[in-house]
Design a protein around this ligand. Sequence first.
Ligand code: 9D3
Length: 247
Amino acid sequence: MRFDVISLFPAMFRALEDEGVVARALAQGIAELHLWNPRDYALDPHRNVDDRPYGGGPGMVMKVAPLRSALEAARAEAPESRVAYLSPQGRLLDQGEMATIAQASGWILIAGRYEGIDERLIDDWVDEEWSIGDYVLSGGELPAMVVMDAVIRLLPGALGHVDSAREDSYVDGLLDHPHYTRPSEIDGRSVPSVLLSGDHGAIERWRLGQALGRTWLRRPDLLQRRSLSKVEQALLDQFILAHQDAG
Ligand code: 9D3
């Protein structure tokens, strides 16, 4: 999969290129990252990329001409790619959206700065407008990196097979269960005994019960979107009873 990112701060993307799952996928050719800086396409002596908003008000708006030239240069090299603009006005992404995004052969991602880009560029160029959450960031670069991280790890071969197996596991649409590693006792606090029992069926049921219970406690919105099997409902009922007894 090919990503072409339009950004005034291309150096920020070194974070993705240098370390971790995404860096490995890029090195293996599973994904490609190309950066385009609108500043390089600003033709005036001061290489201006922003200007004051029509109608007045605070902040600046990214100018059309340099951004459009950068988009044209990217599109010439990636004619099949769809165009997405990271913006607070975008559709809120979730894991299901990331899987859909991963189906395309490539994306041109526009990371905005200042108050955003001229609306006419959105009208003429943008296929999708995406947000990563309801909080204020300084620009679209971190959201673009969030999308790339979430999408690239879904591409075949990007993860070791241990991780990819876990991806398919039963906890889909649920929060994860708690994790423990050695030593089995630390400051008098023990690991739940079922995890030391060697009974793999009991361990799987305990983990599913914990995943369901934590989702019920912390993210009831996720449970509303998901139907529960008879076994899952029974494990959740058991968790809720134990929770009420304890608290
Ligand atoms: C303080 C400026 N705000 C005035 C009401 C508007 C605003 C403009 C530009 C707020 C944030 C930004 C920069 N953010 C992004 O480019 C962005 C973003 C985000 O801030 N939160 C969640 N997802 C995204 S995707 C792109």
